[in-house]
Design a protein around this ligand. Structure first.
Ligand code: IMP
Length: 184
């Protein structure tokens, strides 16, 4: 199975889960253009559809986003742009003085398998922390505290993050599908 991503962190998280399940994963380190849409599902689907013309084997990719409730689920599909412009410091500034800090992460995997596209979604609810904490993970991890935890995602081990994260949950569904279809 091939995973198309330009993001080393995503590859490392997902390949850990694949190897724990005995499924071989190959990394196709490719940067591709994404469509603009208010739906992460659509962005993921359209990227998969476009790449299916170029990648000759079955593959999957994923699109993720951070949804902050107070700001109407911003930045959502614009999470990457907001990360490079505002960053985690900018998000903390936007949240200054705001008590309702609820947020969610979502990952939508699109799998191109035997000529068809299948999608697998994972989410994790939580809140935006008051300050950055932790060294692990990437992106918004230092400012996101998952529900039921006091630590940020950055303070969790890779295995702990995979067990509860948006990506981990989406990947579990993908792995279940692949096992059912005898892909090893
Ligand atoms: P994309 O899926 O690469 O478009 O990700 C959108 C943005 O969300 C990027 O800036 C990533 O750094 C960030 N992001 C994606 N996944 C995670 C995660 O698991 N934790 C924290 N930030 C993430």
């Amino acid at each position: 199975m091939i995973f198309v991503t330009h993001n080393r962190h995503k590859y490392e998280e997902i390949s850990k889960m694949f190897s724990q399940n005995g499924i071989a994963l190959r990394w196709l380190n490719l940067e591709y253009e994404e469509i603009q849409s208010e739906s992460i599902e659509k962005v993921s689907l359209e990227s998969c559809r476009r790449l299916s013309g170029d990648v000759t084997e079955d593959f999957f990719l994923e699109d993720s986003g951070l949804l902050i409730k107070h700001y109407g689920n911003f930045p959502g599909p614009f999470s990457s742009y907001v990360y490079t412009t505002l960053g985690t410091d900018g998000i903390l500034k936007l949240m200054e003085g705001i008590d309702s800090r609820g947020a969610e992460f979502i990952t939508v995997i699109s799998l191109f398998f035997e000529g068809k596209i299948f999608q697998f979604t994972g989410t994790v609810r939580g809140k935006i922390s008051l300050e950055k904490r932790g060294e692990g993970g990437f992106g918004y991890d230092p400012i996101f505290i998952p529900e039921g935890f006091t630590k940020t995602l950055s303070e969790l081990t890779a295995d702990e993050k995979n067990t509860i994260s948006h990506r981990g949950r989406a990947v579990s569904k993908l792995i279940e599908f692949l096992k059912k279809h005898n892909v090893f």
